[in-house]
Design a protein around this ligand. Structure first.
Ligand SMILES: [Zn+2]
Ligand SMILES: [Zn+2]
Length: 192
């Protein structure tokens, strides 16, 4: 088994013959009453976090700005965790949402809508910079954050290995610009 995102693959996933760079979550959920650009705020849990990365906010901002650069969406970080559109935290194992983390699951997220969240597996070794994080089993936090935000924006897994929405990953894998271009064409369609 390969390390992967914990969001289950759609039933259609294995049946896809055309390798699309994107597909939408079942029922094509969107953020209701959304303006253009879509304005979303997110908050990082103070309680459920990791302490060895001291600039998580910067990492998330960089990750989410990748989406803002290709679709009309603006993200703002808020300190008001309770009322944030997207609640973000790091959790160990069974953390109360019926999708316990194991060693092979990096993170998971909801689709759009009230109660949206991104959970990262606190048991994973996260890296911001592979020059300073030497572990062979470390995963890039920014890349994972981009993927999970894709779900929050309404995207399902892609069966195309070069898409940011491909569910699997490997340690020390980095985001590449070609992946940015690949999702840029798709994501103009999210809010239409
Ligand atoms: Zn996923
Ligand atoms: Zn969770």
């Amino acid at each position: 088994m390969s390390p992967r995102c914990g969001v289950p693959d759609n039933d259609d996933y294995s049946k896809l013959h055309i390798t699309k760079h994107y597909s939408f979550l079942n029922g094509r959920p969107t953020w209701h009453g959304s303006t253009v650009p879509l304005m979303l705020n997110y908050a990082l849990s103070e309680e459920h976090t990791i302490d060895y990365i001291n600039n998580i906010s910067d990492v998330l901002e960089r990750a989410f700005s990748k989406w803002s650069s290709v679709i009309p969406v603006n993200f703002t970080e808020t300190q008001d965790y309770k009322h944030a559109n997207i609640k973000i935290g790091f959790y160990y194992g069974d953390h109360g949402d019926e999708s316990p983390f194991d060693d092979m699951v990096l993170a998971h997220a909801t689709g759009p809508g009230s109660g949206a969240f991104i959970h990262f597996n606190a048991g994973i070794i996260w890296a911001v910079d592979f020059n300073s994080e030497k572990s062979k089993s470390a995963f890039d936090l920014e890349t994972t954050a981009i993927h999970e935000m894709g779900h929050v924006l309404g995207l399902d897994h892609s069966s195309n290995e070069e898409s940011v929405m491909w569910p699997y990953t490997t340690p020390r894998k980095l985001w590449t610009m070609s992946m940015v271009f690949k999702f840029s064409t798709a994501h103009s369609k999210i809010q239409t």
